[in-house]
Design a protein around this ligand. Structure first.
Ligand code: PMP
Ligand code: GLN
Length: 378
């Protein structure tokens, strides 16, 4: 028999809730993905590269034209130059990048600081490599509790994982957070993994603060992003990882044996599409409008909320509506009210007693209005 590496892990909540939404014919505001299509231009580009015969294996680290465009974009937006040949790898979504980076860093017995609520893959990936997740609970406004980090950090902590814009809370890291991390980096030798998949989705003129823009931190960081979020193509599963050459050399050793290389025509298409910065710079407004349509619709409802600062997620507090635990409440609104959402408990390691759910507003406006009008009746 196989000895499970993850005995306590079940099926991802995103798969569970999307299945339940489909079975119940509910509006699916659970798993994070757009219900609208990506641009025709991007699809045409993929077709054109397929017709040109670019249908065989891409180079292991990625198509050079795409690596070049990622390097140009990162330099332009965050002031950091990554050598496209040595310091960037195109991955099978941010998922592969995260799993690979975590596997590269963590050896048996190593500790990894993970901030809760945490995206579901971080802790299992640490555990599967024999590491020990060290969970840090947030302050009440979901900002990072640095006093707790100070109490828990030690020489065994080989990894800290941060995520901004943050799934599921929609919080952004602040300049103070980055300063605090820089000070910690002067005293401890951890590696940082920065999950920045929602880098182009921030609201109310807040900037995305990339870890790559910190000279001190970028020297020890794997910075990870995803084209799925940026170009409405979550199903194409293409992302990337950037880090200093010595770190990427280790990353490539695993990447080559996990996927070897990523979809060739799609990489060529993204490389071409990235040349027009309008495509990604307009995303903030696009999603801010959607957030506001949804929040407008549920204003005056019995849900409590603080507007999301970034990502395409919004937390809703239902303590004024029901005493059900969050999983039961999500099941109830999916099966009985026709709206699927994500409970927050799967983002926590221990017992979770709050009454909060996450909805995804990457949906057509009419769906957001319809969802809001149903939620208002609760
Ligand atoms: N990190 C976070 C915080 C996410 O929300 C997601 C999204 N699904 C991922 C990583 C994975 O990205 P991808 O779909 O590109 O694998
Ligand atoms: N990241 C997406 C979410 O938070 C889901 C991705 C997945 O299903 N693994 O909903």
């Amino acid at each position: 028999m196989i000895k499970s590496k993850l005995p306590a892990t079940g099926t991802s909540i995103f798969a569970v809730m999307s299945k339940m939404a489909n079975e119940s014919n509910a509006l699916n505001l659970s798993q994070g993905f757009p219900d609208f299509n990506c641009s025709d231009q991007l699809i045409d580009l993929v077709h054109s590269f397929q017709r040109k015969g670019l249908n065989q294996y891409a180079p292991m680290p990625g198509v050079p034209a795409l690596l070049e465009q990622i390097s140009i974009k990162t330099k332009k937006l965050y002031g950091k130059y990554y050598d496209p040949q040595k310091e960037i790898v195109v991955t099978s979504g941010a998922t592969e990048a995260l799993y690979t980076a975590i596997s590269v860093v963590i050896n048996k017995g190593d500790e990894a600081i993970i901030f809760e609520p945490a995206y579901d893959l971080y802790a299992p990936a640490v555990t599967a490599s024999g590491g020990i997740p060290v969970f840090i609970k947030p302050r009440s406004d979901y900002s990072i509790d640095w006093e707790e980090v100070e109490r828990r950090i030690n020489a065994n902590v080989k990894l800290i994982i941060i995520n901004s814009p943050h799934n599921p809370t929609g919080k952004l890291v602040t300049r103070d957070d980055i300063l605090t991390l820089e000070n910690l980096a002067k005293r401890f030798s951890f590696i940082l993994i920065s999950d920045e998949v929602y880098e182009h989705i921030t609201f109310d003129s807040r900037p995305h603060l990339s870890i790559s823009s910190s000279e001190l931190l970028s020297e020890r960081s794997f910075v990870i992003s995803s084209f799925g979020k940026t170009f409405h193509t979550t199903g194409w599963k293409v992302g990337y990882c950037a880090a200093p050459e010595v770190m990427m050399n280790e990353f490539k050793k695993l990447h080559q044996f996990v996927v070897f290389a990523v979809n060739t025509p799609v990489q060529h298409a993204y490389a071409e599409y990235l040349k027009n910065e309008e495509h990604y710079l307009s995303l903030n407004k696009f999603y801010q409008d959607k957030r506001d349509i949804f929040l407008n619709e549920i204003g005056g409802s019995n849900f409590g909320f603080v507007p999301s600062e970034g990502t395409y997620f919004q937390l809703l507090d239902y303590s004024g509506i029901s005493d059900l635990d969050d999983m039961s409440f999500c099941e109830y609104i999916t099966r009985k009210k026709g709206i699927a959402a994500i409970p927050l408990s799967p983002f926590y390691s221990g017992e979770y007693k709050e009454r909060i759910i996450r909805i995804c507003f990457a949906k057509n406006d009419d769906v957001l209005v319809k969802a809001g009008s149903i939620l208002k009746t609760l």
